[in-house]
Design a protein around this ligand. Structure first.
Ligand code: NYM
Length: 212
């Protein structure tokens, strides 16, 4: 049925380079949806609160070294450990805004030179987002924003490669938003796109899996 009491929530993913503004925007979006009375949660990957997440966090802060493929699989495992909770939340009508998902997994690992298809393989079977928004920023602009926290990957040359990987990964369904605009302007665009997606999910759009 299409009444909102029994309809499912939407899986909304925000992607982009480091310092593109995703975290600010996901949080504002979450507040906006709650303000409208929607049931909504804000998630992020990596989820550093789990034990897998702690291994990832120590790798990102250069406290530990890991083989490129091993860390890739940990990022993926970190999504798999949240999959069933994600599915039950969506089915019970909660919309989930996710700050990074499988696309970050493939974009960052393939930017290191790992095979693209190999990177995608462990993501197969995770829930497919209803909407992917890519906050597009030139890597040079992102560096100017400063505040690179000194974590692994936060370097201009590497971010250029990540951007190329995202370009190879995206399809026509992605919404590309110019991340150089004002926070308010981007916020407005996101609100419109996301409400449309939530509306479609309420009309019984089926939940599917990556990568179809
Ligand atoms: N990252 C994130 C990956 O390399 N693979 C993944 O699967 C995910 C989800 O981790 N530079 C990278 C992208 C970021 C870093 O993310 C940490 P954040 O959003 O800064 O916590």
């Amino acid at each position: 049925s299409s009444d909102s009491s029994s309809s499912r929530g939407a899986l909304i993913v925000l992607e982009g380079l480091d310092r593109c503004g995703k975290t600010t925007q996901s949080s504002n979006l979450h507040k906006y949806l709650e303000g409208l009375g929607h049931s909504a949660e804000l998630w992020r990957f990596p989820d550093r609160t789990t034990s897998v997440g702690q291994m990832i966090s120590s790798y990102l802060s250069n406290e530990s070294q890991l083989d490129d493929r091993a860390i890739h699989l940990l990022f993926s495992a970190n999504r798999w450990e949240k999959r069933s909770l994600m599915e039950s939340k969506l089915k019970s009508g909660t919309t989930i805004i996710v700050d990074r998902y499988s696309y970050s997994g493939v974009a960052f690992s393939s930017a290191k030179g790992l095979d693209f298809e190999w990177c995608k393989a462990p993501e197969k079977g995770l829930l497919a987002p209803d909407l992917v928004v890519y906050l597009d920023i030139p890597p040079e602009k992102a560096t100017e924003r400063g505040g690179y926290g000194g974590e692994r990957y936060e370097q201009l040359e590497f971010q250029k490669k990540v951007r190329q990987s995202y370009q190879a990964l995206h399809d026509a369904s992605w919404k590309i938003v110019d991340a150089c605009g004002s926070v308010k302007d981007i916020e407005k665009q996101l609100q419109e796109i996301v409400l449309e997606s939530i509306g479609l999910c309420q009309k019984e759009k089926p939940l599917t899996c990556l990568w179809s």
